[in-house]
Design a protein. Structure first.
Length: 118
């Protein structure tokens, strides 16, 4: 399964997604602060980044793409107008909250499969 960096500022959503992803067999590094994964070098170890679209997300996307091995990024957001901006900043996919777990699974499978083909 995938090694996932999960960044979500809402602690309830962060805990719920972390548990769900681990039950699916993924290794998950969970962060409530967008700056922490960069300081922990977690991006270099990840197969995928799932990040809430918050202030500073553009810098995270740039960091993910500048890794030795660019890491795909799935942006999750409740902001209806965030998708174009997230994609312009390098997001590989955007999932609008609220979403169902099968939708998240499908997005993860697609992005990780694409990353391994590259």
């Amino acid at each position: 399964m995938a090694r996932i960096v999960l960044i979500e500022d809402d602690s309830t959503i962060l805990d719920t997604l972390t548990r769900a992803l681990r039950r699916l067999g993924h290794a998950v590094w969970a962060y409530g602060d967008i700056g922490r994964p960069q300081s922990d070098d977690a991006l270099e170890r990840a197969d995928l980044i799932i990040a809430d679209w918050v202030d500073g997300a553009g810098a995270l996307l740039a960091a993910a793409k500048s890794c030795d091995r660019p890491v795909p990024v799935l942006v999750i957001t409740g902001q209806l107008d965030a998708e174009p901006q997230a994609r312009r900043n390098g997001a590989d996919a955007v999932l609008l909250k609220p979403f169902l777990l099968p939708e998240l699974e499908a997005a993860i499978d697609s992005l990780v499969r694409e990353e391994h083909r590259a």
